[in-house]
Design a protein around this ligand. Sequence first.
Ligand SMILES: [Zn+2]
Length: 300
Amino acid sequence: MPCPACGKDPPGTAWKPDPLRWDLDPPCFRQEWEYVAALPGAPDYVVENDFSLHMNNVCRGCYSERLNIAVKIREKIRERGGLEELNPTKQIRQEYEAAHAFDKRVGRPAKIHSMQSEAGKALNGKLGRLKEKDKESMRWTVELLDGTLKAIREDNLECSKAIDDEHDMEKAKMMRNGYSQESMQPPEAKRPLGSQTTWQKVKGLHPGAVVRLKGLTGATELNGRKGRCISFDPEAGRWKIDLGDGYKNIKQDNLTPAPNEKPPTKASAEADKADLNFEENRRSKLTEQERAAEDYGWDG
Ligand SMILES: [Zn+2]
């Protein structure tokens, strides 16, 4: 029978499932396909064809060719921060997250492992965020939690949902302990600040923005928790904050933008609480001197 992709009838070919067959192993979703097609330098195949064009089985030659295309599409998407650019629906986001649970991509937390050199061994187990990938050396620039940049081979990096959460928690702890450094400052907000805003204009604070709570003297158990800005009440001077497990009205001074973090969910709220409680209990058992030593690195 002739190959449905090239129309030839190669004798003795091993028929293989089309690598571009979305119901088998989707290289991307429709939005991603369209997104890639709109990029400058997009692969011809993506520009010239429709998203849903695929066959069941193709000849071996077509298989190799199309596998290559699928890889290119994946790379294009991952190098640019994945689905985040696309403003996806909830369902697409869930499907995407399941399909890309272990992907390395720009902006994602990662953990360093299996470094062999003497200097590298000290980095094993460290958490950071992927900044960019050098294609030739296959190394990622990783920003560690303390802001240091390291160039790490892709093979020595691991990404997963658990690592995402671990990274967010570690970072929250640092912010809660008043850790402040140039590199920990939120990056410039992408969207221009509107003139119609009723809140005091601060980069990274707007409806939908992800934040961390800090400096609360009443409900201190909320310090360090992650939230999402819903709306600002100009009369009360407070933001309505979605904490994942409920809403609170919080003054703007008690919010720190966390533009690189994912919005809170019920699960992340539970994880936050467990971790912050643990930290609180531990700290409450320390003497004042021990706390000062931890906070400032001296014992006077
Ligand atoms: Zn063919």
